[in-house]
Write a protein that binds this ligand. Sequence first.
Ligand code: GLN
Length: 201
Amino acid sequence: MNIGVLALQGDVREHLSALAESDVLARPVRRPEELAGVDALVVPGGESTTMSNLAINFGLLDPIRKRIADGMPVYGSCAGMIMLASTVLDGRPDQESFQGMEMTVRRNAFGRQVDSFEADVAIADIPGGDFHAVFIRAPWVEQVGPDVQVLGRVASGAAAGRIVAVRQGNLLATAFHPELTGDLRVHRYFVEMVRQAAPAR
Ligand code: GLN
């Protein structure tokens, strides 16, 4: 199984290590030829406006959109969630996304004064109790289409109930960063999604 991590910008190394600890040798993807060699992709956290620019400059925007339309599994964390959304609020006007998930996300939704915070998130499909989740200038999901499954919401505090984990078919997104906390359950869940999606070879 070949999983790539989009390596234009953001916390690429942390995702590569989280996948390695989940027993998958993942590789960085920077060019269309490298994209063609992977079965699945992780879009890291970082800065979605920069990632959008770089994806255009590196000729990856359309190839990734096409792979997504063809069913490639993708997991996006934070900026990666924004990159998967069909509609982005509070984005830059020229900001592009890879599309794929019918949802509206709001950038920096938890408030600019609160750059980062931690909260517990209950994820429906993942056993083992709440996630202790780290949010860094994170988006939340404001609206979802009929095919989007809400997997997780903030469990308590001012943002209680906000949608922060979603899935639509082979696409998975979290507003938080499991790659930074050593809790590998989201990565393992994604690896299992990839396994189930992989055509028998
Ligand atoms: N605020 C960033 C953006 O809009 C996302 C932050 C993150 O990925 N930690 O892209």
